[in-house]
Ligand binder design. Structure first.
Ligand code: ADP
Length: 660
C-alpha cells in the first residue's frame, strides 16, 4: 500500500502537464473558426484592390454605380452587376452580390473633381459619399456581436442547467463524474468496523475485501481473482453506506462515493460520460473503493417498458457501467460496492458473476443486534443509571440502525429541552414514541363524544390483542392524538422469520377490533377505521393471491414483480374468486372480533372508561382488567431460552472450575 502511494507521488513531478484533448477544445476551435470566418468573408463578397488609373478606367467605362471616399483618401467603389464579370473576371455567383473595388485616390479633392467631370460627361451617374474610416476593431466588434451574444447565452444556460445538480457545474463539466472522494490527507474516512454494530455475517464477507486491498498478492499469487464488486442489499438505514465506509476506513484506501441518480442528467450521453470519467478517476487512484448508493436508479432492468421511450439515456448509462465493469482487469484494484433495496428490479446482467460477484444481505437488526447498535450510539451520550439497553432494544422492534441513531439523538434533545444534566430512561421511551407515532398533539380539539369513540375503538384493539393467542402483545394504548392518528394501540411485534396462517388471522381480527367495538357498543361506525380496513384488506388479498392460504385458491401464488406488466397473471374468473375470498376472510374475522368482544363486554367497558380517564394505559392495566395472558409471547420464550442457556453455561463453567 505505502509503496504504491509513493510510486504514484513519485511519478507526478516528472509528468509534463500537457493539456489533454477534451470537449473544451472542441468548443474553443469552433469559436475561433466562427470569428475567422467573419473576418475573412466580410459581407460574403470579394473585394479587389486596383490602381487609381484602373479605377478611373472603370468609371469612364460606366461600370461604377457608387463611390465612397474616406478621409484617409482610400476609395471604395461598387460595380454594376452587369459589369462584374469584366472587372473581376469571375462569375457573379463567385464574387458575391456586392463586390467592391478598392483603391487609393491622390486626395479627396482630386477624386471629387474627377467624379464631377465624369458625371458631366455622362460616364458616371451613381452616388458619391464621403465618410470617416471605420476602425478595424470596431468593425470586427459590431460584426461579431450577434455571435458573441448567442455564445454567451448558450454558456449561461448550460451553466444554469448543470449547476442544478450540485457539485461541479459549468458547461464543460457536465460529463464529469459527481463522485465525492475521501482519501488520506484530505477528507479521510475514520469509520472502522467497530462503528458498525451487528451485521456479523455481512462484516465477515466484506472483511475479505479489506484483506485483498491490504495484501493483494496473497490472493493473486495463488492465481485467485479478486472480486470486482459486491452488492449490499437491504432496507434503508440498515448501515449499507456505513459498512462500505468502514471497508474503506479499514483498508485505508481512497473512497469514491456517489448515488446512482448522480449519473442521470437531462442531456443525452452525459450519464455514460460520467461513468467513464468515474472509472478513469478510480483507476488513477487504485487501489480504491467506488461506492454507488441506490444503484437501482441506473441499474434497472433494460427494455422492459417499450411504451415509454424516455429510458434510453438510463440504458446507455447502464450499458456503459456494464462495459466499464468488464473493462478493468480484476487485478486493477478498483472494487465497486453498491447498495440497493430493490435487488429484484436490477438488470440481470449487472448481477452476473464477474460484475457484482457477491450479494451481501444487510437486514434489519434483531434484538441482540439492536442492543449492539444502541451500544454504538449511546457512546457519545451522557446517560444516567436508569437507562436499560435491554429494554430499549426490546421496545424498538423493526427499527433500523438509522432509526436507533435517531432515537438516541432525539432522547438527548428531549432531555436538553427539559434542562436535564443526563439523559434518562423516560427520555428514550418518549423518543421511541415520537419516532413511531409522530409528535403528540394535546391541543388537537376533540369533543367528549369523539374521545369516547376513540377510546372504544382503541379498547377494542387492545382487548382483542390481549385475548387472541397469536396477536402481537400490547405495550400501551393512548387516545392522545399523535401525528395524524387520533389514538393508537402499540404492540411489540414478534420478530418472526415465518408467519403462520393462524397468526395472520389473529392479527387481522385484532386490527378489526376497533371497528367492531364501535359497531357493537356505540351503535355507529366512523371514518376512524379506514387505516385498519386498508391493512386488513391488503393482508387478506396477500393471503389469497400470493400466499395460497385461502380455501378456494389453495397453494397458488400470483406474485409478479414485473413493474410494467399491465396484465394480471390470472383469468377474470380467478379475479372474481380472489375478490370473493378476500371478502370472506375479512368478514369472518370481523364476525369473530365482534363475537369475542361481545363475550367480554364488561371488561371492554371498563377499559374504555379507564382510557377516557387516564388517556394512556399500559399492558399492566389491561392485564388487571382481562387477567394474565395464558400464552407466553415469542420474545418471552426466546428470553427464557437464553436465560436457561446462560444458566446451563454458568453451571458447566462452575463444574469445570471445580474439577480443576
Ligand atoms: P443505508 O445506506 O443502509 O441506507 P446508512 O449506512 O446510511 O444506511 O445508515 C445511516 C445511519 O444509521 C448511519 O450513519 C449510522 O449512524 C446508523 N446505522 C445504521 N446501521 C448501523 C449499524 N449496524 N451500526 C451502527 N450504526 C448504524
Amino acid at each position: 500500500m505505502e509503496n504504491n502511494n509513493n510510486n504514484n507521488s513519485g511519478k507526478k513531478p516528472g509528468k509534463t502537464n500537457i493539456p489533454k484533448f477534451n470537449l473544451n477544445w472542441m468548443y474553443m476551435i469552433i469559436a475561433v473558426m466562427l470569428v475567422g470566418l467573419l473576418l475573412t468573408n466580410e459581407g460574403s463578397s470579394s473585394n479587389k484592390e486596383v490602381s487609381y488609373d484602373e479605377f478611373q478606367g472603370f468609371v469612364q467605362k460606366g461600370y461604377v454605380s457608387k463611390v465612397t471616399g474616406y478621409d484617409d483618401s482610400s476609395v471604395e467603389a461598387s460595380i454594376k452587376p452587369q459589369h462584374v464579370k469584366e472587372v473581376f473576371k469571375e462569375e457573379v455567383s463567385k464574387v458575391g452580390k456586392n463586390p467592391l473595388v478598392l483603391t487609393e485616390a491622390p486626395s479627396r479633392e482630386s477624386l471629387a473633381n474627377f467624379l464631377e467631370k465624369e458625371r458631366q460627361e455622362g460616364h458616371f451617374d451613381g452616388n458619391v459619399k464621403y465618410d470617416k474610416k471605420k476602425e478595424l476593431f470596431m468593425l470586427i466588434f459590431w460584426q461579431s456581436l450577434p455571435f458573441l451574444l448567442i455564445i454567451g447565452l448558450w454558456i449561461f444556460f448550460f451553466r444554469r442547467m448543470s449547476a442544478g445538480g450540485g457539485a461541479g457545474g459549468g458547461v464543460f463539466n457536465v460529463g464529469k463524474s459527481r463522485a465525492q472522494l475521501f482519501e488520506k490527507g484530505g477528507t479521510s474516512i475514520k469509520i472502522t468496523f467497530k462503528d458498525v454494530a451487528g451485521l456479523a455475517e455481512a462484516k465477515q464477507e466484506v472483511e475479505e475485501i479489506v484483506e485483498f486491498l491490504k495484501e493483494p498478492h496473497k490472493y493473486t499469487d495463488l492465481g485467485g481473482k479478486i472480486p470486482k464488486g459486491a452488492l449490499l442489499v437491504g432496507p434503508p438505514g440498515t448501515g449499507k453506506t456505513l459498512l462500505a465506509k468502514a471497508v474503506a476506513g479499514e483498508a485505508n484506501v481512497p473512497f469514491f462515493s456517489l448515488a446512482g441518480s448522480d449519473f442521470v442528467e437531462m442531456f443525452v450521453g452525459v450519464g455514460a460520460s460520467r461513468v467513464r470519467d468515474l472509472f478513469k478517476q478510480a483507476k488513477e487512484k487504485a487501489p480504491c473503493i467506488v461506492f454507488i448508493d441506490e444503484i437501482d436508479a441506473v441499474g434497472r432492468a433494460r427494455g422492459k417498458n417499450p411504451s415509454m421511450g424516455g429510458n434510453d439515456e438510463r440504458e446507455n448509462t447502464l450499458n456503459q457501467l456494464l462495459t466499464e465493469m468488464d473493462g478493468f482487469g480484476s487485478n486493477s484494484g478498483v472494487i465497486i460496492l453498491a447498495a440497493t433495496n430493490r435487488v429484484d428490479v436490477l438488470d440481470k446482467a449487472l448481477l452476473r458473476a464477474g460484475r457484482f460477484d457477491r450479494q451481501i444481505h444487510v437486514d434489519l437488526p434483531d434484538l441482540n443486534e439492536r442492543k449492539e447498535v444502541f451500544g454504538v450510539h449511546l457512546r457519545p451520550i451522557k446517560i444516567d443509571d436508569s437507562v436499560d439497553v435491554d429494554l430499549l432494544a426490546r421496545q424498538t422492534p423493526g427499527f433500523s440502525g438509522a432509526d436507533i441513531a435517531n432515537v438516541c439523538n432525539e432522547a438527548a434533545l428531549i432531555a436538553a429541552r427539559h434542562g436535564k444534566k443526563f439523559v434518562g430512561k423516560q427520555d428514550f421511551l418518549d423518543a421511541v414514541d415520537r419516532i413511531i407515532g409522530g409528535l403528540e398533539k394535546k391541543t388537537k380539539i376533540t369533543t367528549e363524544a369523539e374521545r369516547r369513540a376513540i377510546a372504544a375503538h382503541e379498547a377494542g384493539h387492545a382487548g382483542l390483542s390481549w385475548l387472541l393467542e397469536h396477536a402481537n402483545p400490547l405495550i400501551k394504548v393512548t387516545i392522545v392524538p399523535r401525528g395524524r392518528a387520533l389514538g393508537a394501540a402499540w404492540y411489540l411485534p414478534e420478530e418472526r422469520q415465518i408467519t403462520t396462517r393462524e397468526q395472520m388471522l389473529d392479527e387481522m381480527c385484532a386490527t378489526l377490533g376497533g371497528r367492531a367495538a364501535e359497531d357493537l357498543f356505540l351503535g355507529r361506525i366512523s371514518t376512524g377505521a379506514m387505516n385498519d380496513l386498508e391493512r386488513v384488506t391488503k393482508q387478506a388479498f396477500g393471503m389469497t393471491a400470493y400466499l395460497g392460504m385461502s380455501e378456494k385458491l389453495p397453494n397458488l401464488c400470483y406474485y409478479n414483480n414485473d413493474e410494467y406488466s399491465f396484465n394480471k397473471p390470472y383469468s377474470e374468473k380467478t379475479a372474481e374468486l380472489i375478490d370473493e375470498e378476500v371478502n370472506r376472510i375479512v368478514n369472518e374475522q370481523y364476525a369473530r372480533a365482534k363475537d369475542i368482544l361481545l363475550k367480554h363486554k364488561e371488561q371492554h367497558n371498563t377499559l374504555t372508561e379507564l382510557l377516557i380517564e387516564k388517556e394512556v394505559i399500559f399492558a399492566e392495566d389491561v392485564e388487571k382488567i382481562f387477567g394474565k395472558r395464558p400464552w407466553a409471547s415469542r420474545s418471552e420464550e426466546i428470553m427464557e431460552n437464553e436465560k436457561q442457556q446462560k444458566e446451563a453455561e454458568a453451571k458447566a463453567a462452575a463444574i469445570k472450575a471445580e474439577e480443576n
